[in-house]
Design a protein around this ligand. Structure first.
Ligand code: GCU
Length: 618
């Protein structure tokens, strides 16, 4: 009889827990803090970067018991790899031990740090131990710049929450949850791909797993400056428009805003919700541009909290076929890049890596970069501010997304919102891209249309774009994607000479762009194995890539409304879709710079072209 009782009990548990443990797609995108702190690196903080112990857990043994019930959902909440382990008592069975486990660098993906993790997709547990001296009158936030893909976060053995999305920041309020002295944070990182996620299962980039950006413990006063925006109003060179958002017990305050170099000092009063919107007329400003990337020191001071930032002020808009920066027509001399260091075969880890990539773009005489296909780090946007590079920023709504799944939409919406909230004060960021090469259909048009509305509601001062669909009719390359109505550019990818036609025949084609907006070609290119030389009709050779670029310039400059381009791509990058043993070896070779940092012939062809375009648009 006893086993019948047990079976009934087990069935009951399974029922309760199956209600409790919904599938990944239905899980909320984040039960983290509401609004990430703006400019967290500008706050009092302790870095938790460094070497973290890790445990590879392909069967999620540290999360589920053998009945596939999540430990942290059981009444005791005990049993998972997030518990703090006292040295096991004699005879006690313990099957994991972080102290004895190897380490990985954070920030950093796991694929480039451990041979056995190069192709690994699944769960890895990461643990960091740190000391803290929490003060009673302060608030504390545990902040992650990015974790790919889903994170379950535990502090001192207790669950803080989860987050999904591999490229956007999140944080947990840990006020009152810190010990004086030793603390430990454990993160279950899972980079498994799923159809209903963002991105979905199919991408042309490496699915790097891990805690890929900074981890900080920030300390702020009881009432603090949670968020702010300081930018010029849409298309208005004479007006700063923005807001300050306080959080905490004293929402109603006088907050001063000063930009000393611009002779600006004003005070605003926040309302019962801690919010104050402001408009400040401005006179003589040095407007931010690639030629003069002027950043102003800005100080926002509330009763207990002060934040300093460096902000560029510029306007960006379109008029007919023109893109106007500070009211003047501009040509976007761009290049696409992934958040990857080819020399290390891994995610960009620090400022040095990022500067290297942007410096390479500068050597092309580029004034613009497409940070593809997902939010790159905040540090990258700030470096672009400093180096005077305009930015196309994007969310990974890429190829065949589950358009009809409301949770998938919520996920995309959240990632887009988090990107805009994070980078809204970056002058370099001029374009929000809501997606790439998404096939036309009614559910897709609806999904993407709502994303476009979302981004406009969040920030009306920048342009909205996407890599639209194109198709061919005979010798015509036709752009007539219905999504074009919702965005500000006729932006699209085209691979004349590589995926169709060849570097010579491509000149017999011409574009038919049924969109009366500035044309920005978001991708074109060809693979070339660095150092492989042959005649220009031989695929994979540098000569083939070079000729293709030269003929792309001829084709594209024939388009009357052409106002920019971001050839694909600055450097070779890792891709699981590229197995050719001689030419690819899991690299997409469309880089103008090889995986060893060698500039290919097409690099110089593009530089020459940009030198000419710079003259033309002086
Ligand atoms: C696509 C896509 C890129 C991809 C590229 C290629 O257009 O947007 O992510 O890497 O083409 O095929 O090389």
């Amino acid at each position: 009889m006893k086993w019948i009782g047990n079976a009934l009990w087990a069935a009951l548990c399974a029922l309760v827990l199956s209600w409790h443990a919904p599938s990944l797609a239905q899980a909320p995108t984040s039960d983290a803090a509401a609004t990430p702190l703006q400019n967290i690196h500008g706050r009092q903080h302790q870095s938790l970067n460094g070497r973290w112990n890790f445990i590879i857990d392909p069967y999620e043994t540290g999360y589920y018991n053998y009945r596939r019930e999540p430990f942290d959902a059981t009444p005791s909440g005990k049993g998972g790899f997030y518990d703090d382990l006292a040295p096991p008592q004699k005879g006690e069975l313990v099957e994991y031990d972080f102290d004895l486990s190897p380490t990985l660098k954070v920030p950093g993906d796991w694929n480039s740090q451990a041979e056995k993790l190069a192709f690994y997709e699944g769960t890895v547990w990461m643990r960091q131990v740190f000391n803290a001296e929490p003060k009673g009158d302060k608030r504390y936030f545990l902040y992650f710049g990015a974790v790919n893909y889903q994170a379950h976060v535990y502090l001192n053995g207790k669950k803080l929450g989860t987050h999904k999305g591999g490229f956007t920041p999140f944080q947990f309020d840990v006020s009152g949850k810190l010990n004086k002295g030793r603390n430990f944070v454990v993160v279950k990182v899972d980079n498994m791909r799923h159809q209903d996620e963002i991105p979905t299962v199919n991408t042309d980039w490496w699915n790097y797993g891990g805690i890929t950006r900074d981890v900080l413990l920030a300390e702020v006063p009881a009432t603090y400056i949670a968020d702010y925006k300081v930018q010029l109003a849409k298309g208005d060179l004479k007006r700063i428009e923005g807001f300050v958002q306080l959080a905490g017990a004293q929402p109603r305050q006088s907050v001063s805003l000063s930009i000393p170099e611009a002779g600006i000092k004003t005070t605003v009063k926040t309302d019962a919700n801690g919010r104050a919107d402001f408009t400040i007329p401005v006179n003589k400003l040095r407007y931010w541009s690639p030629e003069d990337p002027k950043l102003y020191d800005v100080e926002i001071a509330a009763a207990l909290d002060t934040v300093n930032d460096r902000v560029g002020l510029r306007t960006i808009e379109t008029r007919g076929k023109d893109i106007l920066l500070n009211g003047k027509s501009i040509f976007l001399r761009g290049i696409s890049l992934h958040d990857e260091n080819p020399l290390m075969q891994g995610r960009l880890r620090g400022e040095g890596d990022m500067r290297m990539m942007l410096q390479w773009a500068r050597e092309l005489n580029a004034n613009y970069v497409r940070l593809a296909h997902y939010p790159h780090s905040e540090r990258m946007s700030r470096l672009a501010d400093e180096m005077g590079l305009l930015v196309w920023a994007e969310v990974p709504v890429y190829w065949t997304i589950s358009w009809n799944n409301p949770d998938t939409y919520r996920n995309a919406h959240q990632q887009l919102t988090d990107l805009v909230v994070r980078d809204k004060n970056r002058a370099s960021v001029i374009i929000w891209s809501i997606g790439n090469e998404t096939p036309v259909s009614a559910p897709r048009n609806d999904f993407m249309g709502r994303l476009a509305d979302t981004v406009r509601a969040l920030d009306d001062t920048r342009l909205v774009a996407a890599a639209l669909e194109v198709h061919r009719e005979g010798k015509l390359v036709v752009v007539e994607d219905p999504l074009a109505d919702k965005i500000d550019l006729a932006s699209f990818n085209e691979y004349a000479g590589w995926y169709w036609s060849d570097p010579t025949d491509m000149l017999t084609y011409r574009f038919d762009i049924k969109v009366d907006k500035p044309v920005v070609v978001s991708e074109f290119g060809a693979d070339a194995l660095g150092g492989y030389h042959a005649d220009s009709a031989t695929r994979w050779s540098e000569e083939y890539q070079e000729l293709l670029y030269q003929n792309q310039f001829t084709m594209l400059t024939a388009i009357p409304g052409l106002r920019g381009m971001t050839p694909w791509i600055l450097a070779d990058f890792r891709s699981p879709r590229r197995p050719h043993p001689r030419y690819q070896d899991f690299w997409n070779r469309k880089g103008l710079i090889s995986d060893t940092g060698q500039k290919k012939k097409a690099f110089y062809a593009l530089k020459r072209f940009y030198d000419q375009m710079q003259q033309k648009y002086r």
